[in-house]
Design a protein around this ligand. Structure first.
Ligand SMILES: [Zn+2]
Length: 67
């Protein structure tokens, strides 16, 4: 869905990206000092949504949630 922009549920390509961390948004993941933005992809055909943590934040999330 992130790559290719095709919905895995209904096959539509009507996908929008909602970047994580915008002002007023709730799409943050707690990760110790500070939070990590969650980027979300939403299918405007069926409503399915997918969430992605940015690659450069994965180490931070892993450290926080495994200790
Ligand atoms: Zn869909």
């Amino acid at each position: 869905m992130k790559n290719g922009r095709i919905c895995p549920k209904c096959g539509s390509n009507d996908i929008i990206e909602i970047p994580g961390g915008y002002e007023g948004g709730a799409n943050w993941l707690p990760a110790g000092l500070g939070t990590v933005p969650i980027d979300r992809f939403v299918c405007c055909s069926c409503g399915y949504s997918e969430e992605w943590i940015r690659a450069d934040k994965l180490e931070k999330v892993k450290r926080y949630w495994t200790e």
